[in-house]
Design a binder for this molecule. Structure first.
Ligand code: NDP
Length: 296
């Protein structure tokens, strides 16, 4: 049975579907079919990024879908190499050109550039201009830690609607979540089922095999992935699980017919190891992570 996905209200009143399909590491030639499978299943939200190299294929699948562009909430990200006021305005043109749309629903900065926060702030100012001009419906950030958010809020006119951060049972960033909540910023979980821990094999055990999660999954006749997604949703977070496989894309969406108990939610909260899987946000520099984003 397909359930309607509940929306999360952003701080400017825009409604965002709480589950989206992530397409990081989805090769361009598999992106159309993954996005088509998701939209066919009932997803109405896709999370891509200029740096993923698959915005064009996301756009093609959205336009070819039954509901077309109007039925989908499109989220994309500006890469650090395009930070700066004019550069970021141009990066918007590149993204809409590839996506084949006039407006983006949610446009976020992919990372802070802590060593060049002025440039980060200029990029955010460009997002504010795009919002003012109706080119985007909401703006936000990703991988911003408390210090980065504090610096941004000191100068920004618009409070970010979303902060997309690494968040799964093994890495929960409670201090960032609390800061987001205090300022009306929606926490969006990347690697919501712990994907980043699968790519870094050996350093972590897999969240999919975690005994506490497996036990909860068995008691609800659900999969570990479904239990983790449900945990996020019950704690009020947006999730963007990635898969290229139609069966898993459907499985990750089938999370609206059961509820975790307070004890089960608390048991997953206790799995936090405090160990980050992705890059340290303070170590992001143009020298080590910069790369050119092609024109549309
Ligand atoms: P996820 O937690 O979504 O896990 C994805 C991995 O899990 C893939 O290996 C996928 O393989 C596998 N998988 C998916 N569903 C299931 C399932 N039901 N059972 C078992 N395995 C499953 O991790 P991601 O790192 O991909 O994060 C999700 C999204 O978050 C990204 O696609 C991207 O949109 C965003 N992201 C943002 C970042 C940022 O810096 N802002 C950084 C990283 C991610 P398969 O495809 O073979 O099914």
């Amino acid at each position: 049975m397909v359930h309607e996905v509940p929306d999360i209200a952003l701080n400017n009143g825009v409604e965002m579907p709480s589950i989206g399909l992530g397409v990081f590491q989805t090769p361009p030639d598999e992106t159309r079919s993954a996005v088509a499978a998701a939209l066919g299943t009932g997803y109405r939200h896709i999370d891509t990024a200029a740096a993923y190299g698959n915005e064009r294929e996301v756009g093609e699948a959205v336009h070819a879908s039954k509901g077309g562009r109007a039925a989908v909430f499109l989220e994309t990200k500006i890469w650090i190499s395009d930070y700066g006021y004019d550069q970021t305005l141009h990066a918007f043109d590149k993204s809409v050109g590839k996506l084949g749309v006039d407006q983006i629903d949610l446009l976020i900065l992919h990372q802070a550039l802590p060593s060049d926060f002025d440039k980060t702030f200029e990029a955010y100012r460009a997002l504010e201009t795009l919002l003012k001009n109706g080119k985007v419906r909401a703006i936000g950030v990703s991988n911003f830690m408390v210090e980065h958010l504090t610096n941004l809020l000191d100068e920004a006119e618009v409070v970010p609607a979303v902060n997309q951060i690494e968040l799964h049972p093994y890495f929960q960033q409670p201090e960032v979540q609390a800061f987001n909540a205090e300022h009306g910023i929606v926490t969006q979980a990347w690697s919501p089922i712990g994907g980043i821990t699968f790519y870094r094999e050996g350093e972590h055990t897999s969240t999919l095999e975690d005994p506490a999660i497996v036990k909860i999954a068995e008691s609800h006749s659900k999969s570990p992935a479904q239990v983790m997604l449900r945990w996020h949703l019950q704690e009020g977070r947006s999730v963007i699980p990635k898969s290229t496989k139609p069966r898993r894309i459907a499985e990750n969406f089938d999370v609206f017919d059961f509820e975790l108990t307070t004890d089960e939610v608390a048991a997953i909260d206790r799995l936090d190891t405090g160990k980050r899987g992705g890059p340290e946000p303070d170590a992001i520099t143009l020298e080590s992570f910069g790369r050119e984003i092609p024109e549309a």
